[in-house]
Ligand binder design. Structure first.
Ligand code: PLP
Length: 420
C-alpha cells in the first residue's frame, strides 16, 4: 500500500463515508509541515481543526508520551493513579479554577458540562426536576452526539437523527438583548456558547460580547459555559478567547480583560495532537454537584492522556504560542486584506490570532472554495472549506513569520489564478 490512489480507494470501500476529505494522503508530520505518501511537502493550515496547535509530532510531547507509554497507561478511575492528581493541580492553576473533570473527546466534554449544569440547576438553583433549560446560540458547533446535534441548526448534522433531546432554547449569536430576553425564563440553568464560532465560519462577536454574556448570566443566576475546544489553548492569540486582548501565559484571573466563565470546556489542543483529552473546569460550588457514580469514562483521566495534556500545556506556555499566534494573526489578516481589496473573488477576511477565515465571493452551494483548496494543495498548502464558501486558515502556532509570508504568497498565487 503506497500510492495516494490506493489509500483513497481503501477508505472509500471500507470506511463509512462520514467525511469528504481533500484528495491528499498524509503519512508524516513535523511542526507546521505534512508530507503525503508520494513525498510531497505541505504547510498545514488546518491543524486538525486546531488540535495540533503545538505543531506535528512535537518532540517534547512525544518524549512524554513514549515515557508514560512504557510506565503506566490505563488504570480506570476505580483506583487512584500517580499522574492524575498532579495534572489536576496543574490544569486548574493554569486556568484559574478550583476543579477539573477530565474526559476524552470534545463532545464528551460538552455533554459533561450540560449534565453538571442541569444537576446544578436542580440542586443549587432549585428548579423543578426535568424542567431545566439550557440556552445555546444559533449556528453553534459543539460536537456530534445525539444530545448535541439536538440543538444544532445544521440540517445535515440533524436530519433523521431524531427524536431530539429536549431542554434547549436557541437564540441568535452575538445578540445580548436576545440573551437577556431568554434569561427571563426561570427554568434556565446555563448559556452554552463559543467565544468565537469556529465551525460556523470563524464568526467573531462584538468586542464586549463575552463580558456582557457573563454579566447577564450572573444577574440571572445562570451558568455561563464557554466552549473553548477550538478557540482555547492559545489559538486566538491569548491562552483562551475569554482572555480578551491579553497574551500572557496564564494566571488569567489577574488580567482586567479576562472574563471568567462558570464552566470552561477544553479539548482538541490540550492533546498536543497526540492523544484525545478533554476537560471541564469549574469552581467547587458548581463541580461539587457531581458525586461518585454519577458521571465518568473508562479512559477519562488516564495516566497516558493526562501526561500528554500536561506536557502539551507546558509547551504552549514555554514557547509563548499565544503571543506568536497574536503577532502572526495580525500579519495574516493584513496580507489577506490586500487580496480582498484587490480581487473580487474574495469577499472578506476575519478572525483572531491564528483562527481566521476568508469568505469566497460565491454561493454556499458553489464549488469555488473547494476548488481553491484543491489548488492550494497543489501549491503546497492544506486548508479546508467550511460551509461551502468559507475557507478556514488555522496553521500550527509554532509557525515563523517567514513561513507565514511564504504561505501568504501561496494563497496570493492561487487567488490570482482564480481571478484570471
Ligand atoms: C471540535 C469541537 C467540538 C467537538 O470535539 P470532538 O473532539 O470532535 O468531539 C466541540 N465544540 C467545539 C467548539 C469544537 O470546535
Amino acid at each position: 500500500m503506497n500510492s495516494s490512489k490506493q489509500a483513497i480507494e481503501l477508505e472509500e470501500k471500507y470506511g463509512a463515508h462520514n467525511y469528504h476529505p481533500l484528495p491528499v494522503v498524509l503519512s508524516r508530520g513535523e511542526g507546521v509541515f505534512l508530507w503525503d505518501v508520494e513525498g510531497e511537502k505541505y504547510y498545514d493550515f488546518l491543524s486538525a481543526y486546531s488540535a495540533v496547535n503545538q505543531g506535528h509530532c512535537h518532540p517534547r510531547i512525544k518524549e512524554a508520551l513514549i515515557e508514560q507509554a512504557g510506565t503506566l497507561t490505563l488504570t480506570s478511575r476505580a483506583f487512584y493513579n500517580n499522574i492524575l492528581g498532579p495534572f489536576e493541580r496543574y490544569i486548574t492553576s493554569y486556568f484559574g479554577f478550583d476543579m477539573v473533570l477530565p474526559m476524552n473527546t470534545g463532545a464528551e466534554g460538552v455533554e459533561t458540562a450540560l449534565k453538571i449544569a442541569r444537576k446544578w440547576g436542580y440542586e443549587k438553583k432549585g428548579i423543578v426536576e426535568n424542567e431545566a433549560v439550557i440556552i445555546v446560540a444559533e449556528n453553534n458547533f459543539h460536537g456530534r452526539t445525539t444530545t448535541v446535534i439536538s440543538f444544532s441548526n445544521d440540517e445535515n448534522a440533524r436530519k433523521n437523527f431524531g427524536p431530539y433531546t429536549p431542554g434547549f432554547a436557541k437564540i441568535p449569536y452575538d445578540d445580548i438583548p436576545a440573551l437577556e430576553n431568554a434569561l427571563k425564563d426561570q427554568h434556565v440553568v446555563a448559556f452554552l456558547v463559543e467565544p468565537i464560532q469556529g465551525e460556523a465560519g470563524v464568526y467573531t462577536p462584538a468586542e464586549d460580547y463575552i463580558r456582557k454574556v457573563s454579566e447577564a448570566c450572573k444577574k440571572a443566576n445562570v451558568l455561563f459555559i464557554a466552549d473553548e475546544i477550538q478557540t482555547g489553548i492559545a489559538r486566538t492569540g491569548s491562552l483562551l478567547a475569554v482572555c480578551g486582548n491579553c497574551s500572557c501565559e496564564g494566571h488569567c484571573e489577574q488580567q482586567p480583560s479576562y472574563t471568567k466563565p462558570d464552566m470552561l470546556i477544553l479539548g482538541k489542543a490540550i492533546s498536543g495532537g497526540f492523544y484525545p483529552v478533554s476537560a471541564v473546569l469549574a469552581d467547587e460550588d458548581v463541580m461539587s454537584v457531581i458525586r461518585p457514580g454519577q458521571h465518568g469514562s473508562t479512559f477519562g483521566g488516564n495516566p497516558l492522556g493526562v501526561k500528554v495534556a500536561m506536557t502539551a500545556l507546558e509547551v504552549v506556555r514555554d514557547e509563548r504560542l499565544a503571543l506568536n499566534a497574536r503577532k502572526l494573526g495580525v500579519i495574516f489578516r493584513q496580507r489577506m486584506q490586500v487580496l480582498v481589496d484587490q480581487y473580487s473573488i474574495l469577499k472578506l477576511v476575519r478572525g483572531k490570532g491564528l483562527l481566521n477565515a476568508v469568505v469566497v465571493n460565491d454561493t454556499e452551494e458553489s464549488s469555488t472554495a473547494w476548488d481553491m483548496c484543491v489548488a492550494l494543495k497543489d501549491n503546497g498548502l492544506l486548508a479546508k472549506p467550511t460551509h461551502g464558501n468559507i475557507i478556514r486558515f488555522a496553521p500550527p502556532l509554532v509557525m515563523t513569520e517567514e513561513q507565514l509570508h511564504e504561505c501568504c504568497d501561496i494563497i496570493e498565487k492561487v487567488v490570482k489564478d482564480f481571478s484570471k
